[in-house]
Every structure is written in structure tokens, then in C-alpha cells.
Ligand binder design. Structure first.
Ligand code: BGC
Length: 385
């Protein structure tokens, strides 16, 4: 396996892990994925990991693994169950969740929207709706008016290109469409939604740092024509969206999982989901972000590895390439492993196991995997050595 640079990470580097509401909380019935689950179009999340009730126990695990940061998401359908009708009880729940991280010395990163839409919003067409930017910004503004003082780091949208590609081209996610025109409209509306939300959130609280979690892929190629395609894919899939929001972000959130080599079938190791493992890819993606001159947090990176035989090396090797990017002047300030625990993996259900912590699907008992201790050591030493 390839190895990048070793050595110390910058002082104050954030070492964390990430989850998202619908994937871990359980008991969410009022969003588009839950509805599609009831209609048997996608698997049901059901109780998921019951993190809604067990967050204290889960954050004890985070602390015991020496992580000093953690990324969660708020469930929009809990906070705004009907349009314009906000639920104070749920706001107070999330206040307790965020405070329980801070109480343990863990820096919270809070995502406002991670793929699931409240049913009332998806019934109106979700991000196909012309008014979506205003609707989304209103929700974000409300949350920040209530919780803005609780967290320094806010992420508006998780992976807009994954959401739109899966929902409008591949059609394997909500709203199950194959419509290139709507795909482009939705992307542009997501750019507008982020930018407007940024402005409205800053009006409420100018001290917070706002970013977006952008999933970027590394495309390499063999030969001239494949090279042209790789350049186009890099621009369209990675860069175009970030250019569209560049004036409206205080940091860049990078989610990174995938590598495609165009024009050649290299035999490379793969995860349980069949995703290629190629640690240098994260370095290449980080170099692409240098031009924005913004602090970068790796808001997701991880692997489905049920047997936990690859995850430890995966973490070390991907981080060695993060370190290489840092040594070459890329301002990376933190890394969040996806995921803290095994959880609901969208159209796949529960079989892909991304957790540093194993979750027993019958008892929901948590069991720390050996790779979590590999990561713990790195976090404790702030170093790969
Ligand atoms: C998403 C997560 C997902 C993970 C693994 C990212 O695309 O933000 O929700 O579970 O990748 O597929």
C-alpha cells in the first residue's frame, strides 16, 4: 500500500468522527426516506442506533478514544415538522446534545441538512421548488438564532453533488429520477440555497464559521482523450459547485471516498462496498482545494470493512497523504472519520459497516473495533509516528 508523509500534525489539529441524524438517531418518521421506507422503495432505518437516546453513552466512547471533535447533523424534519412550525422541544434536545459534546471537551461540528427532507418539503418538490433557497435559509436562520452560540462550526449542506447525482441521474436515491435537466437545476438551486443560508446565518451570528461538506473524487487517466474526460469530471464534479459558493464559506469541508482511474483497469484493493482504496487520492483532492485559500476540514473519510482488517491501515495511509498535503502548504485543520459507529447506509440498509465502533443489530450494543485504537493513538500523539 502507498504511504505518504509521517510526522506531527499541526498544533490544535482536530481529530474526530462523524455521523448523520437519519443514519443513527432512530425513530424518525416524518421525512422522505422514512416515507419511502414505509413504501418499501428503500430499506427502513427504524431505530437505527438509537443515538437519539444514547448520545451520552456514545460521546463517552468518543472521549475514551481521545477524539477532540465530533460531527453530527440535525434532523430537519424534527426541527421543522411542518412548514414554518418549529419544534422548541427538538431544539432543546439538540442543545443538550451539543452541550454534552462540549462538556467532554469535544468540538462540535453541526450539519444542518444531511440528505433527508421533511415530508412537507419533499411534497413541494424539495430542491426542485423555486422557493427552496428561501425555505432552506429560513430553517438555517432559525436554528442559528436558537443554537448559534452553542457551536463554532456549522455545515449547511452535506454532499450536494452526491444528493443530486443519486437522486436525479442514477435514480437510486430519493426522488428516484433520471432527469439531466432537473439535475442541473437542482445543483444550481443548492448553490443558491447555501449562499442564501450563509448570509442569513451570519446575520443571526457573525461569529460562527460556516462551510459545506463537499464530496470530491480523484480522477486519474491514461491517454489524451481519457485525460480530457478526467479534467471535465474534476471540474464538473469537484470544482464547479465550490466555485459557486466560494464567497460564502469560512472553511471547506472535504468528504473523500472515491478514486476512478479512467482508461485503465488497475487491480487495487477494494472495500466491502467495492470502492477502490487509493490513499494518494485524498492528497490529490486536497491539492485541488488549495486555490481557495481557506482552512480545510476533512469532514468525512472512511471505509466499509465489516471484519476490520483494512480500516487501521486505511486510516494510517490516508492520513499520511493528508500529512503530505499539509507539508506542501495545504491548510488542513482537522479530520473526521466516517463513521463513529455502524449505521444506516441509505439504499443499502445496514450491511455496510463503516464504524470505528461495531453496533450489534439485535441488541444495539456498542463494541469498539481494534482500528479505533489505531486512530486513538494517532489522535493522542497528534502524529503518525
Ligand atoms: C455520506 C454518508 C454515507 C457515507 C458512506 C457519504 O457519502 O455523507 O451519509 O454514509 O458517505 O457512503
Amino acid at each position: 500500500m502507498q504511504i505518504g508523509n509521517r510526522g506531527n500534525f499541526p498544533k490544535g489539529f482536530l481529530w474526530g468522527s462523524a455521523t448523520a441524524s437519519y443514519q443513527v438517531e432512530g425513530g424518525i418518521e416524518n421525512n422522505d426516506w422514512a416515507k419511502a421506507g414505509r413504501e418499501e422503495k428503500v430499506p427502513k432505518a427504524g431505530m437505527a442506533c438509537d443515538h437519539y437516546n444514547r448520545y451520552e453513552e456514545d460521546f463517552d466512547i468518543v472521549r475514551s478514544l481521545s477524539q477532540n471533535a465530533h460531527r453530527i447533523s440535525l434532523e430537519w424534519s424534527r426541527v421543522e415538522p411542518k412548514e414554518g412550525d418549529f419544534d422548541e422541544k427538538e431544539i432543546e434536545h439538540y442543545r443538550r446534545v451539543i452541550q454534552s459534546l462540549k462538556k467532554r471537551g469535544i468540538e462540535p461540528f453541526v450539519t444542518l441538512w444531511h440528505f433527508t427532507l421533511p415530508t412537507w418539503f419533499s411534497d413541494k418538490g424539495g430542491f426542485e421548488n423555486k422557493e427552496a433557497p428561501e425555505i432552506f435559509a429560513k430553517y438555517c436562520k432559525y436554528v442559528v438564532s436558537k443554537l448559534g452560540n452553542e457551536a463554532n462550526f456549522w455545515i449547511t449542506i452535506n454532499e450536494p453533488m452526491v444528493f443530486s447525482t443519486n437522486g436525479y441521474i442514477r435514480g437510486n436515491w430519493l426522488p428516484f429520477k433520471h432527469n439531466p435537466l432537473q439535475f442541473l437545476f437542482v445543483i444550481n438551486r443548492l448553490i443558491k440555497s447555501h449562499n442564501l443560508a450563509y448570509v442569513e446565518m451570519k446575520k443571526m451570528n457573525s461569529n460562527i464559521n460556516i462551510g459545506l461538506a463537499k464530496n470530491n473524487i480523484y480522477y486519474s487517466s491514461k491517454g489524451f482523450l481519457w485525460g480530457l474526460l478526467a479534467n471535465f469530471a474534476t471540474w464538473f464534479r469537484n470544482i464547479r459547485f465550490l466555485d459557486g459558493i466560494s464567497k460564502y464559506q469560512d472553511f471547506i469541508g472535504l468528504n473523500h471516498y472515491s478514486y476512478f482511474h479512467l482508461g485503465e483497469k488497475k487491480i487495487l484493493p477494494k472495500s466491502d462496498m467495492g470502492w477502490t482504496i487509493f490513499p494518494e487520492a485524498i492528497y490529490r483532492c486536497l491539492l485541488q482545494l488549495k486555490k481557495y485559500n481557506k482552512p480545510i476540514y476533512i469532514t468525512e473519510n472512511g471505509i466499509a470493512d465489516e471484519k476490520d482488517i483494512i480500516r487501521g491501515d486505511f486510516i494510517k495511509n490516508y492520513l499520511s497523504f493528508v500529512k503530505k498535503a499539509i507539508d506542501e502548504g495545504v491548510d488542513v485543520k482537522g479530520y473526521f472519520h466516517w463513521s463513529l459507529m455502524d449505521n444506516f447506509e441509505w439504499d443499502k440498509g445496514f450491511w455496510p459497516r463503516f464504524g470505528l465502533v461495531e453496533v450489534d443489530r439485535k441488541t444495539l450494543e456498542r463494541k469498539i473495533r481494534p482500528s479505533a485504537y489505531v486512530y486513538k493513538k494517532i489522535a493522542e500523539n497528534n502524529s503518525l509516528v
